[in-house]
Design a protein around this ligand. Structure first.
Ligand code: GLU
Ligand code: ZN
Length: 321
């Protein structure tokens, strides 16, 4: 099996990211699989190379070792999405030639009005398929005015999958997904496109990530079906929140690994605290000194001395200061 951690370098890595990296890593180690790191830096406005490098420094400092990824390479690189545009472009061109995608010229105002004003008795559309039916002449004409976005032609069917932590999931594509954008008019590739093409190309078989991404899975599974690939195992883990109920990522500043390190925390202490807060190791045998190394955690995971990661069932996990 192969699992991965796929952060977006848009800020400093924080406890919420480490939590996800940790679950993904331990799950891979428990199964004696391959662990891959991929930098999801397609959003050129928000991602920065230096932040990516720092993120990798932080991961290394915490003790993570990856079998494939940035800095070490591997058979499926490059591992920075910003270096993979050719591949996304080629796939889109191929999909265009078989009619899986179409150009959309709708402006934001039109799309907002579809979603907010459904006809009486109808399920609201996220997108009404307006540009699916443009004539070739119309397309040519509109292209002279505006660079289109690209949408996937989504069939009306239901997607089901079993999530490791969230249970059985059912999504009706017609009402919950609709024809979605895979490339924006400004040239930016959509997360759903890049993540799916890369997970397939890199041979990923298990996806562990935050529960905030649960609703993107139906789109991604639809793309798997277009590629003729069978879907992978999914686990959308409960997110960490602080005592006031905020998602940790929203208050990055106070809990970045960089700041914790600079204020004297060791990596063993950070991991120990995280495990304690999240009941990741058996309570009674918990580390009296409150520290643990990643190597020890992997040992425990392999000997099942670790509270199974599968027993995390809460929606959210509160982290106290
Ligand atoms: N890059 C995404 C993020 O940092 C995660 C992608 C994924 O795990 O599917 O939110
Ligand atoms: Zn359109």
């Amino acid at each position: 099996m192969k699992g991965r951690f796929a952060p977006s370098p848009t800020g400093h890595i924080h406890l919420g990211n480490v939590w996800i990296a940790l679950l993904s890593y331990l799950s891979v180690k428990q199964q004696h699989g391959t662990f891959l790191v991929r930098m999801e830096d397609i959003d050129i406005q928000r991602s920065k190379r230096e932040l990516g490098e720092q993120l990798l420094d932080d991961l290394e400092w915490l003790g993570f070792e990856w079998d494939e990824g940035p800095r070490i390479g591997g058979a499926h690189g490059p591992y920075w999405q910003s270096e993979r545009y050719d591949y996304y472009e080629k796939t889109l061109a191929q999909w265009e030639s078989v009619g899986f995608v179409y150009p959309c010229f709708c402006n934001r105002a039109r799309i907002q009005s579809i979603a907010s004003a459904p006809h009486r008795g109808e399920i609201p559309h996220l997108y009404d398929g307006h540009c699916r039916h443009l004539s070739l002449a119309d397309i040519k004409e509109q292209w002279t005015q505006k660079e289109p976005s690209w949408r996937i032609k989504v069939e009306d069917r239901t997607i089901e999958f079993m999530d490791r932590w969230q249970g059985l999931q059912t999504r009706v594509l017609r009402s919950e997904v609709d024809d979605f954008v895979v490339k924006r008019g400004d040239g930016m590739f959509a997360y759903n496109l890049a993540v799916t093409l890369d997970d397939v190309a890199m041979g990923v078989t298990e996806i562990v990530r935050g529960a905030d991404l649960l609703d993107t899975t139906a789109q991604q599974m639809y793309l798997y079906s277009l590629l003729g690939e069978s879907p992978v195992h999914y686990g959308h883990a409960p997110l960490l929140i602080d005592v006031e109920g905020h998602r940790l990522s929203k208050r990055q500043k106070s809990i970045t690994i960089k700041e914790l390190r600079e204020s004297g925390y060791s990596s063993e202490r950070i991991l120990g605290e995280l495990c304690k807060q999240c009941d990741l190791v058996m309570k009674d045998e918990l580390l009296s000194h409150g520290t643990i190394t990643l190597c020890e955690l992997v040992e425990r995971a392999r000997n099942s001395e670790l509270m199974s990661v599968d027993t995390l069932f809460r929606d959210e996990i509160v982290v106290r200061n």
